[in-house]
Write a protein that binds this ligand. Structure first.
Ligand SMILES: Nc1ncnc2c1ncn2[C@@H]1O[C@H](COP(=O)(O)OP(=O)(O)OP(=O)(O)O)[C@@H](O)[C@H]1O
Ligand SMILES: [Mg+2]
Length: 234
């Protein structure tokens, strides 16, 4: 079984969709489409009646909905569903929400956060999980990479199909999450004389025969659209 991404054209690059229950890292520079991709992924799940959990530290629920409502993939209506759960870790309400699921540990510590997220996913039978992003998670992590590795290992073993956003400006600067994840997708943004050229590239996906070339990525009224036939050369 494959999990459709909700991004038109993208599934052609990965044999029809993501393998369920696995952890995928989305990396790329600012404004390259990472958050929009995850919103389309969640919208697709909600359309199919799945339970979705969105964990962020970047924005309020209202801001995410506002940003995504400029597209026509129906995020605003879908996100009003009971099956959509939103947690902003940057505020008290978000932390309280996570606390309902596990009292163990302090949510401001990695172990506490890890336990709570896994307990939430398991008790609410979350099918699709999004975490935006590693940069902000690092605020929770006092001893750096070891803690990130433990957090990622816990995410890998939970049942949800997970997209984790990881900021990256240098496409050759790999970090731990790229090695630990089951799959890695890079977003590319190239400023050219004629404007911005965008691309998307599946760098790895265990168990899947992938197209690793950089393919055209465009923002349209419908959201992000991949053209799997169009290779982008820079
Ligand atoms: N129709 C559109 N509606 C909204 N944003 C659009 C549209 N077309 C292009 N964009 C651009 O898409 C970018 C936002 O994309 P998104 O938030 O998905 O990127 P991101 O990779 O998550 O960025 P960041 O790393 O800053 O969080 C903005 O720079 C915005 O100008
Ligand atoms: Mg973003």
């Amino acid at each position: 079984m494959r999990i459709p991404s909700g991004v038109s054209g993208f599934d052609h690059l990965i044999q029809g969709g993501f393998l369920p229950g696995r952890l995928y890292v989305l990396s790329g520079p600012p404004g390259s489409g990472k958050t929009t991709f995850t919103a389309q992924f969640v919208a697709e799940g909600l359309r199919n009646g799945e339970n979705c959990l969105y964990i962020t530290m970047h924005e309020s629920r209202g801001e995410l909905v506002d940003d995504m409502s400029s597209f026509e993939f129906g995020f605003e209506t879908l996100a009003a569903s009971e099956q959509f759960r939103f947690v902003n870790l940057a505020n008290k309400k978000g932390k309280r929400l996570l606390n309902q699921f596990s009292q163990s540990g302090n949510p401001s510590s990695v172990q506490g956060l890890t336990d709570k997220v896994v307990a939430f996913v398991n008790s609410r039978e979350i099918d699709r999980l999004v975490i935006d992003s590693t940069m902000l998670l690092e605020l929770f992590f006092t001893d750096g990479e070891d803690e990130m590795a433990r957090f990622l290992t816990a995410l890998k073993s939970c049942d949800a199909t997970t997209l984790l956003i990881s900021e990256m400006t240098d496409p050759s600067a790999y970090s731990d999450e790229h090695f630990l994840a089951h799959g890695v997708v890079f977003f590319h943004n190239y400023l050219e004389a004629t404007g911005m050229t965008r691309g998307i590239q599946v760098v790895k996906m265990r168990g899947t025969d992938i197209d690793c070339d950089i393919r055209s990525l465009r923002f349209t009224d419908e959201g992000l659209v991949v053209d799997p036939t169009k290779r982008v050369d820079f």
